[in-house]
Design a protein around this ligand. Structure first.
Ligand code: PHE
Length: 455
């Protein structure tokens, strides 16, 4: 990122690629490697994956384009960007609530995210000490249960991770992130490919493949016991899939808006967003392909919940050549992927406080402090952990996304949108605009309505 004192006087990433890397850094994280496989397992596999992919394409991508656009047009933190753009389009300043809501959602996500990232940090050490080498599946599975029932151990790793996050944000997202992710993300992808290769060779690859891609909707939404027909929508799974599409693309809470505000003017938003969404989806699917074949080969439960990643992959590392090195490296990369996401969870809030004249270091300390306390609470109580996870992913992010779609689709000045997007083909532009105006909001509302059984 450059500190460019040109006529607009804004800070921006040095190139489109740096933006892609930073946005991918935000998008690719625990959501892809930890959460996606375990919720896919819990909701029965293929049909869930299909609904998730549909949500990415029909809701995620159009909303992501809108969110980047808001950032680049507003050129500042999410709250002030919304204020500026609402004013510019002669709309109520109340639209800035989207930004406020996003800052809160970011903090709430960090309150459980940092606990899970802490588990990965703990696993770096455990793998490094050779704990998994030669251990059998049940010992490895017990090991995870022990970790999650040991509050002090979790407290240490959660605190360490949140300090790391605060350190990077306080130093300024500028240098660290752009350069860091450029090297580490490809490395993560390469290791993931090695693990998929191992899974193909040592696991039950076809069982994994079937599980992930056979679309059996009965598994997604089990038939009600009273014999009434199951509907695609009267089950929680669709809401979870949609929520996850927002979570995994870091949408609906201002992270992508904040990063978009640093994007150079000459970069094409549409192409850039497609690249980020494709990389994010690829990494999630690869994580699934690394995990499920091992699940079936070792007779584990695909729906075993949040521990899935922390049990299956150590089993692979316990048996593969150079498992000690591979294991530590892999969990280290997960920590890095989580870090490049967690910084984007507090960056919108810190950027806003900075604009209000509060020094970056103090803004960061305050927000990190709040998230640390929340994290301690989610360590102590699984209910708090689940509440934070459910409320943010299932409701706050989709709601944020809904209002972003409505604002850009219906209320923002069209000429401003066209100026920012620079889409050459009018057909593609109209296609995006109408998806954003109609399909994405209706999709979100329909999923809300049916999952919450409003009808
Ligand atoms: N997208 C991140 C992940 O998948 C999580 C995240 C959500 C980050 C929202 C920023 C904003 O891990």
């Amino acid at each position: 990122m450059n500190n460019n004192n040109n006529s607009n006087d804004y800070v921006h990433w040095s190139s489109r690629w740096t933006f892609i890397m930073a946005a991918t850094g935000s998008a690719v994280g625990l959501g892809n490697i930890w959460k996606f496989p375990y919720i896919t397992g819990e909701y029965g596999g293929g049909a869930f994956v299909l609904v998730y992919l549909a949500c990415i394409l029909l809701i995620g991508v159009p909303v992501m384009i809108a969110e980047v656009l808001l950032g680049r047009a507003g050129r500042t933190d999410p709250i002030d960007s919304m204020l500026i753009l609402a004013k510019e389009s002669n709309r109520s300043p109340l639209w800035a609530i989207i930004g406020v809501f996003g800052v809160c959602a970011g903090l709430m996500i960090l309150m459980f995210y940092s606990v899970v990232a802490g588990w990965a940090l703990d696993y770096v050490i455990q793998s490094g000490m050779g704990r998994f080498i030669g251990a059998d599946a049940s010992t490895i599975s017990d090991n995870f249960t022990q970790l999650t029932s040991n509050n002090n151990r979790q407290l240490i790793s959660h605190s360490a991770f949140i300090l790391l996050t605060g350190g990077v944000v306080a130093a300024g997202v500028t240098t660290g992130i752009g350069n860091g992710v450029r090297i580490l993300m490809p490395l993560l992808l390469a290791l993931l490919l090695v693990l998929v290769g191992y899974s193909m060779a040592a696991g039950d690859f076809f069982a994994g493949l079937h599980f992930m891609f056979d679309t059996d909707f009965d598994k997604l939404c089990p038939k009600p016991v009273d014999g009434t027909a199951a509907s695609l929508f009267t089950c929680d799974a669709v809401l979870v899939a949609m929520g996850h599409a927002f979570f995994t693309l870091s949408l609906g809470m201002g992270a992508i808006l904040a990063y978009g505000s640093y994007m150079p003017k000459n970069a094409n938003i549409g192409k850039t967003v497609l690249t980020v969404a494709a990389l994010d989806t690829l990494i999630a699917l690869l994580a699934g392909l690394a995990i499920f074949p091992l699940v079936f080969a070792y007779g584990l439960e695909p729906g075993s919940g949040p521990g899935l990643l922390f049990v299956t992959l150590p089993i692979a590392f316990s048996q593969m050549p150079a498992g000690l090195l591979m294991g530590s490296l892999f969990f280290m990369l997960i920590v890095v992927a989580a870090l490049s996401s967690s910084i984007s969870l507090i960056e919108p809030g810190v950027a806003w406080l900075e604009k209000k004249g509060i020094k970056r270091i103090w803004g960061t300390t305050g927000l990190v402090g709040i998230s640390w306390i929340g994290g301690c609470m989610s360590i102590r109580s699984a209910d708090v952990f689940n509440f934070l996870d459910n409320t943010t992913a299932k409701f706050m992010l989709p709601l944020g996304g809904l209002f972003i779609a409505i604002f850009v689709g219906w209320f923002m000045s069209q000429s401003r949108i066209i100026e920012e997007l620079e889409i050459q083909s009018p057909r593609i532009y109209q296609g995006w605009l109408w998806t954003l105006r109609i399909i994405s909001p209706l999709g979100i509302i329909a999923v809300f309505a049916n999952s919450l059984e409003w009808f």
